[in-house]
Design a binder for this molecule. Structure first.
Ligand code: LRH
Length: 491
């Protein structure tokens, strides 16, 4: 019984064909495609139809390979959405959350409509300026007509699932990231929607990961010459799938999903919505089996990826990391979560500006810059892990790192050094694997999430890192806190 998992990430998407044989997970990547957001004049859009084309390719390829598919599911990043008109057609290409459309709206909403305390008490979600709630508020302010015409709001994987089946449903893990969903009542929060003046009729029934939504539409079956494959809602927020794919045996563990973003936290049975969580800007995003992901977003490898883009794509990662290793340690630190790092025009310059403003030596060479970024990320991981432990009232023995970022061995080693704890790195394709596992649970091949994680462990070539130079890194951490985390804007 095979399933097809499609995971759409910041730079690319991939389709894994998987099955379970005698308790062993067998997986094969059958399709990979680029994901290129398109700027038209000022606005940055999802190229959603192109992605749908690639998803159709993946389904065709899987079927042509002879696999009998018992499920297909899509996951992707959170917060972004499409709007459909009354005729069921997409009203326009969805915006990408890194677009500057939402700038300033978060502050406005909290100054005039709803306090941060109230919103957090209803949703348990961290304040990120691009959350769906602020994207919608910006749309209402700048293009109210569009919102007026809209009949449905679907998060990106909901939208793709709708293209596949014709059925409109919202999936739980992604719904929580909108900051419009109440995890206590387990429903859309109509009071928030009323306060914002957004129609509750836009929103659909929320289904939990592991729900079979329906077969591929007849049109699609005919077009692709494939059978009526069941389409499954998994943890469609990619981070929810990544956390489902963490090969942990302990009931409670710390994880870092490491890619363009770094998402660090732990799994909890109930959302932690107290004052400390609010003050530290932690979030409680929905997880698989209705667990919650108590975590914090850290800007992640985006800063490095953007520097590399600025230096020219021909600059390969391996040489950048070698240059970083040769650069002097602990010279200057940034807070990766300083808001201007979200999408500056010139990332290397932005890093320099941070160092200038905080009166630190300014990184000039590429090696110095990369060293500064990677050390600062590792230090921020320690900062956030300490806070996760406080909130979860638990000390973690080590850290599970998953996602494409684990290919950066220098980052993994620096993380272990900064934490003074072991790091278990793997798998790199955690989101796709989490997607596969939830499908296999849904079709009755695996009992539940705990068993799924044991299966993930067997399928992972884990790499182990142990802390080195503990004293130097502890002193370095003090410097980091003193120099980079002092700014008012840092969280
Ligand atoms: C990671 C991620 C993260 C969100 C961000 C928008 O891909 O889904 O969990 O906060 O993208």
């Amino acid at each position: 019984m095979s399933v097809l998992a499609i995971d759409i990430g910041a730079g690319s998407g991939r389709a894994l064909l998987a099955e379970l044989n005698d308790g062993q997970l067998q997986m094969k990547e059958i399709h990979r495609f680029s994901n290129d957001p398109v700027r038209v004049n000022e606005r940055l859009h999802w190229d959603i139809l192109r992605l749908f084309y690639e998803i159709k390719q993946a389904i065709s390829k899987a079927t042509q390979s002879g696999a009998v598919l018992h499920g297909v599911a899509v996951d992707s990043w959170a917060v972004d959405f499409g709007l459909l008109g009354k005729d069921g057609e997409l009203l326009r290409n969805p915006y990408h959350y890194r677009d500057h459309f939402n700038e300033g709206i978060m502050e406005k909403i909290h100054d005039s409509l709803i306090s941060k305390e109230e919103l957090f008490s209803k949703t348990g979600i961290q304040f990120l300026p691009f959350n769906t709630i602020y994207q919608l508020a910006a749309l209402k302010e700048k293009n109210g007509d569009l919102l007026h015409q809209a009949d449905s709001l679907l998060m990106i994987p909901d939208l793709i699932r709708y293209f596949l089946t014709g059925v409109k449903k919202s999936e739980f893990t992604n719904a929580t990231t909108t900051q419009l969903y109440n995890p206590i009542k387990m429903e859309w929060d109509n009071e928030i929607l009323e306060t914002l003046g957004i129609s509750k009729d836009l929103f659909h029934e929320v289904v939990v990961p592991g729900t079979i939504i329906g077969p591929l539409s007849n049109n699609l079956c005919e077009e692709l010459e494939v059978p009526a494959i069941p389409v499954i809602a998994v943890g469609e927020h990619d981070t929810a799938s990544a956390v489902a794919g963490v090969p942990a045996l302990d009931e409670s563990f710390a994880y870092l999903s490491c890619g363009t973003w770094s998402l660090m936290g732990t799994e909890v049975r109930n959302p932690v919505m107290n004052k400390s969580a609010l003050a530290m800007n932690f979030t409680n995003e929905g997880g698989v089996e209705q667990r919650f992901r108590l975590l914090k977003n850290i800007m992640g490898l985006w800063i490095l990826e953007e520097c590399r883009r600025n230096w020219g794509e021909d600059v390969d990662y391996a040489s950048l990391l070698e240059e970083a290793e040769e650069a002097p340690p602990f010279r200057s630190f940034i807070d990766p979560d300083y808001p201007p790092f979200l999408n500056p025009a010139d990332m290397p310059r932005q890093v320099q500006v941070f160092c200038e403003q905080t009166k630190q030596p300014v990184p000039e060479t590429r090696g110095e810059m990369v060293r500064c970024i990677i050390e600062s990320l590792a230090m921020k991981y320690r900062y956030v892990l300490e806070r996760t432990e406080r909130l979860a009232e638990k000390e973690f023995y080590g850290l599970h790192m998953v996602g494409g970022g684990i290919k950066n061995q220098l980052l993994c080693q620096f993380t272990s050094n900064a934490l003074g704890k072991p790091v278990w790195a793997g798998p790199a394709e955690a989101s796709a694997i989490g997607n596969v596992l939830v499908q296999l649970i849904t079709i009755g091949q695996i009992e539940g999430l705990d068993e799924a994680r044991k299966i993930a462990l067997k399928a992972t070539d884990m790499e182990y890192y142990f802390p080195e130079q503990k004293d130097e890194w502890s002193l370095g951490y003090e410097q980091f806190c003193h120099k980079a985390m002092k700014s008012e804007a840092t969280t």
